[in-house]
Design a protein around this ligand. Sequence first.
Ligand code: DP6
Length: 346
Amino acid sequence: MNGGLFTATAVAHPNLAFVKYWGQRDPELNIPINGSISVNLSGARTITRVSFDPDLTADAVSVDGSPAAPQALARIVRHLDRVRGLAGITTCARVESYSDFPSAVGIAASASGFAALTLAASRAAGLALDLRALSVLARKGSGSACRSIPGGFVEWVAGHDDATSYAFTIAPSDAWDLRVISVAVSRESKPISSLRGHRAAFTSPFIAARLESVAQTLGLVRVAIKRRDLELLGMTVEREALSLHAVAMTSRVIDAPWLSGIYYMQPDTLRLIQAVQAWRSDGLGVYFSLDAGPTVHLVCEARSVAQVMAALDEVPGNDTYLRILSSPGRGVWLVDEAAGGDAPTA
Ligand code: DP6
């Protein structure tokens, strides 16, 4: 470090899981109980600048222009500690992170956030990690962040220890002209975080059935992507998302004993699910996915986007929904600010 100031800026997209990560084998290292497959969402991004500065006496972190809240700060400092440990340094850092999509709308800012933080912090610390090492490191910040490191369609192999649990590209972003319209039907923040959901998953009697079928689900999604088979992808992805929700709805949350299960859906979520199924019976090629929140992610081919948007316009209450349109996005990248690249802005 030569006692100097070292800065790097990186950008990452969030991702949508076709096969979901739900339940952890190792909660410290975020090693999942099953593999997952996702696509990066080009319509949303997080940009993060990290400077290691010998004049600082503590890490200074801002998120979307405000000082990070205590829990987020602690999580980011832990991640910076991992980077410092790898680089053999003790210098504190200034971190500025901005996302161009609202938080709490069901698009995982933790995935794009920790992917961008991982690349920016490791570069600023003088490390030149390859994609696999970046993915392993990002995973420890937020599980799903490991899938925002590589580009396009991505598989995260569950692995059995730290080094073997990482994500890689299974098809490049231009392999299939797929589109995802993320429809945020509610801005209410979710009642139970993903972290608590992961931990509660083992209390559901259906987690065993989910795990039994996941190998087959992964196989079907791999084949669907390879063959660009929208119907196979869509039907598999819908059932897979509902399987996560079946587990969540039958999970016990230890510190919320008044809940018989976790509902991430809102009434508008179900309304939209039923609309999608009705549109399909009229011949429109569109399918849904859900994460641990009320947002409905609509999956279709590029040629159907206008029709899907027009159908959405007819859904009662749609004027309150936020829509984000994405194509398969690239992996995390560095921004050369000196060359006039993107710099963090509010
Ligand atoms: C339902 O990796 O996002 O989106 O970092 O604690 O928020 P946190 O966990 P995270 O869990 C993701 C859960 C999911 C499914 C998925 O993305 O595979």
